[in-house]
Design a protein. Structure first.
Length: 70
């Protein structure tokens, strides 16, 4: 693995970690909206969560490709 691949892999792991933290934060926000019966806002937050989860899966696939090149 070259140095560039190491940096790319590190950057991917960092992105994944940041997005996972954001998903957790959004879950808390969504729950707060649902508890206060603001369902429209909760659905917007849920859509953002789904988008981030999809992005995380794509990044994990890319990371797996880096791991397989070892």
């Amino acid at each position: 693995m070259t140095k560039d691949n190491n940096n790319d892999e590190f950057d991917l792991r960092l992105e994944i970690s940041d997005m996972m933290w954001e998903v957790d934060r959004l879950r808390e926000i969504e729950q707060a909206y649902a508890d206060s019966e603001e369902y429209e806002k909760a659905s917007i937050v849920l859509a953002r969560q789904k988008r981030l989860i999809r992005l995380i899966k794509n990044r994990e696939k890319k990371l797996k490709q880096y791991d397989e090149t070892l």
